[in-house]
Design a protein around this ligand. Structure first.
Ligand SMILES: [Zn+2]
Length: 431
């Protein structure tokens, strides 16, 4: 087993305090404002560079106020904020990026590109160092860079007085301080189509909160729909040479994959949300062509007018909100995303290298590994086992149930393991 010692130690250090005493008090270290950090990841299939772009000050801090110095998930990268004077870790978050996905493409072997990234951090009272760290699919640290941040720096662009886009609350359970704040943005809806967008946002939200554990934890969430108008209706489809002027610059054919609908314009996305407290971003696209994507702690995006749109939204939200892995498999070939000798950090798949960190406690005694599928039923969502085939691989990667929302579109629920992962994450944010 080849696991990077450094990343293991990092994991232990960062995750150790999840259930422990709160070591970092929010009010001691932070103001009730947000430090928006825009940075650029660039490189090719081998090289990675991290460069700071711009810092912003936004009113309010809508993120978590507890567990500030602990990570719930490892992600494919982390941001760590240390107090400059003492070196104490005072905030951290984890994420995944489109840049790291792109590095596995054929294009990355012949090109060198840059990708916009943005993260929201609580606004520090004192000088800090902010470190961006990237990891590969073997969970080894591959690139790391620190940036000093002085909260008094006049170059921090203050967006405190920028008026918010028109918006409507769909779910309002409490203050931004107490709740998890989801912002839903419109992409490819013209000004005259905003009633249709608000109706779509309501539909998406209702569908999400019909799923457990969101249904029974709805009191922990606020959902706001933000009217971000586009000049053109619809969305860009490069394979048809069809480029449209849309608010967030979204497009199909990301990395030359037809159904992969994303936006690479993170600054535009974040600009649209100035003045509105938000933590998690949902982008609804005004098209009936199938597609979507979800990137952990960045955003989820989905076509809104395809018959499968609502299930796709929930699946992609599983990726973007909770870093859940895909529970489906393509084939037996080696993929760059998971390795059979490395335990993935995602909660809902395992290579059995460290199954005790996953759902081993939920598997009934005597369950065979791999667990045989029940071919006599259309879908089976409750029987917990160790089913082979997940994380794009047919062999060596396992999923918790035969059929889950993270595997197929026609299943109306997350499996019990995904539900537990989601519930634990919600508690991490709000408790
Ligand atoms: Zn699942």
């Amino acid at each position: 087993m080849k696991v990077c010692l450094r990343s293991l130690l990092l994991g232990l250090a960062l995750m150790g305090s999840v259930s422990g005493m709160a070591r970092v008090q929010f009010d001691q270290w932070f103001e009730n404002r947000t430090l928006r950090m825009d940075y650029v990841l660039s490189g090719d299939s081998v090289e990675q560079r991290i460069s700071l772009d711009e810092l912003y000050s936004l009113p309010y801090w809508a993120g978590r106020r507890n567990n500030l110095d602990s990570l719930h998930l490892e992600g494919n990268g982390q941001i760590l904020m240390h107090d400059a004077a003492s070196g104490q870790l005072i905030y951290c978050l984890s994420f995944s990026t489109l840049f790291q996905e792109w590095q596995h493409t054929e294009e990355a072997q012949r090109s060198y590109k840059s990708f916009e990234c943005t993260h929201l951090l609580p606004f520090p009272r004192k000088k800090v160092n902010v470190t961006v760290r990237l990891q590969n699919s073997r969970r080894e640290v591959t690139c790391e860079r620190s940036f000093p941040v002085d909260p008094e720096d006049i170059q921090i662009r203050r967006l405190d007085k920028v008026p918010a886009q028109p918006h409507k609350y769909i779910v309002k359970s409490g203050t931004a301080e107490k709740c998890i704040d989801i912002a839903i943005l419109a992409e490819g809806y013209q000004e005259s189509e905003m009633d249709s967008f608000y109706a779509d946002a309501q539909k998406m939200s209702d569908h999400l909160f019909a799923h457990e554990p969101f249904k029974s934890m709805k009191r922990c969430f606020n959902v706001v729909a933000v009217a971000s108008p586009s000049i053109d209706t619809g969305v860009s489809t490069p394979r048809n040479k069809d480029w449209r002027r849309t608010a967030l610059g979204a497009q199909f054919d990301t990395f030359y994959s037809d159904r992969y609908l994303t936006t690479l314009r993170m600054k535009r996305v974040q600009d649209m949300l100035s003045g509105i407290p938000y933590e998690h971003i949902v982008i609804l696209v005004n098209t009936d062509t199938y597609g979507g994507g979800g990137i952990y702690n960045q955003y989820m995006i989905a076509a809104m007018h395809h018959p499968s749109s609502l299930p796709v939204c929930v699946h992609e939200f599983g990726h973007s909100f909770a870093g859940l892995a895909d529970e489906y498999a393509y084939g037996d070939e080696v993929t760059p995303y998971y390795h059979r000798d490395v335990e993935p950090w995602e909660k809902n798949i395992t290579t059995l290298v460290h199954f005790e960190q996953k759902w081993k406690d939920m598997v009934p005694a005597g369950t065979p590994i791999p667990t045989p599928e029940n071919k006599n039923v259309k879908t089976e969502t409750e029987r917990i086992g160790v089913f082979e085939g997940a994380g794009y691989l047919k062999k060596g990667v396992y999923r918790p149930v035969q059929d889950c929302r993270m595997r197929v579109n026609n299943v109306p629920a997350f499996c019990p393991v995904c539900q537990r992962a989601l519930k634990d994450l919600v508690n991490y944010y709000v408790k």
